[in-house]
Design a protein around this ligand. Structure first.
Ligand code: CTP
Ligand SMILES: C[C@](O)(CO)[C@H](O)COP(=O)(O)O
Length: 253
C-alpha cells in the first residue's frame, strides 16, 4: 500500500556541473526497522538526537541537497510516527514522499520502495539508498558520491577503509578467542548512500535474497561497485552507546 502524503515531484536547480548528466537523482530512505539492538521504547529512527528525530536529520540533509530531485522514505505499513514528524516539518512538503511499504527486512523495504516509485523513476535515473539510522550524513558527502559516480557504468557506495587490526573469533559468545587475524589491506566498512541506477538496482535486488546492502546484490550480478571514501560521522546508530556519539557529531554542525 502506498499512501502519498505529498506526490508532487519538483525539480530543484541542479548545479551546472551535474547538469551534464540528464539523469535525475532520487533518495530512498529505508526507515521501516524496529531498532531491536538499541533497545529503545520507540523505533530508533524516531529517537531524539540533538533536538530532532534521527530520521528528520536525514530528511533535512537530502532536502537541502540541490542535486536530489525527490526524497522517498519507506516506513512500515503500521508506522504511527511519520505523520506527526511530517506535520512538524512544513519545509519538507513537496520534497519528501512517504511510502508505507516497509518489509520484513531491509532488502524487502528497499525493493518495495523502488517498485512503489516505478512511475516516477526511469531506469537510468540514479537512486541513492541511505539508512535512516545514519543521521551524520552531510550534503558534502552526498555531492562527493554523486560527482564520483555520475559517469560510472556500475555505481557504488560510501565506505571507510578499515584502520584497526581485525580478528576473526572462534565463536560468537562472551568467551570468544582469536581464531585468526584478517588482513585489512583491502577491507572497507560499507556505509550509505549506496548509489545505483534504478533499473539495475531493481533487477539486482529482485534476484538477490539475503543481502544486507544494495552493493551485495549488484555484486551478485558480477559487477564491481566503486568505493568512495565516506566519513566516521556517517556511522550507523545501532547500539545504545551510539546515541551519544551521534549527538556529538550532530552538535558539531
Ligand atoms: N525491515 C527493515 C529493517 C531495517 N530497515 C532500515 O534499514 C536501516 C538499517 O537497518 P538497521 O540499522 O539494522 O535498523 P533496524 O533493523 O531497525 O535495527 P535492528 O537490526 O537493531 O532491529 C534502518 O534505517 C532501518 O530502519 C528497514 O527499512 N526495514
Ligand atoms: C547497509 C549497511 O548500512 C551497510 O553497512 C548495513 O549493511 C545495514 O545493515 P543492518 O543490519 O540492516 O543494519
Amino acid at each position: 500500500m502506498t499512501v502519498k502524503i505529498q506526490s508532487r515531484i519538483i525539480n530543484h536547480s541542479i548545479p551546472l556541473r551535474l547538469c551534464m548528466n540528464p539523469s535525475r537523482y532520487f533518495a530512498l530512505i529505508p526507515a521501516a526497522g524496529v531498532g531491536a539492538r538499541i533497545g529503545a521504547d520507540i523505533p530508533k529512527q524516531y529517537m531524539q538526537l540533538a533536538g530532532e528525530p534521527m530520521l528528520m536529520h536525514v530528511l533535512d540533509t537530502f532536502a537541502e541537497a540541490s542535486a536530489i530531485s525527490h526524497v522517498y522514505v519507506v516506513v512500515s505499513a503500521d508506522d504511527g510516527y511519520i505523520a506527526d514528524l511530517m506535520a512538524a516539518a512544513p519545509h519538507l512538503q513537496g520534497r519528501v514522499t512517504v511510502l508505507f511499504d516497509g518489509g520484513p527486512n531491509r532488502r524487502d523495504s528497499v525493493l518495495n520502495g523502488l517498485q512503489a516509485i516505478r512511475e516516477q523513476a526511469g531506469d537510468d535515473d540514479w537512486v541513492l539508498v541511505h539508512d535512516a539510522a545514519r543521521p551524520g550524513l552531510t550534503c558534502a558527502l552526498i555531492e562527493r558520491l554523486i560527482v564520483a559516480l555520475r559517469d560510472d557504468a556500475v555505481g557504488g557506495l560510501l565506505a571507510l577503509p578499515v584502520v584497526d587490526t581485525l580478528k576473526r573469533s572462534d565463536k560468537n559468545t562472551q568467551d570468544a578467542r582469536v581464531a585468526q587475524t584478517v588482513a585489512r589491506a583491502e577491507l572497507w566498512a560499507a556505509q550509505t548512500p549506496q548509489m545505483f541506477r534504478y533499473g539495475l538496482l531493481v533487477r539486482a535486488l529482485t534476484l538477490a535474497a539475503a543481502v544486507t546492502d544494495e552493493a551485495s546484490a549488484v555484486e551478485q550480478l558480477g559487477l564491481q561497485p566503486r568505493l568512495v571514501e565516506g566519513s566516521p560521522r556517517n556511522f550507523k546508530v545501532t547500539l545504545p552507546h551510539d546515541v551519544a556519539l551521534a549527538e556529538m557529531f550532530l552538535k558539531e554542525e
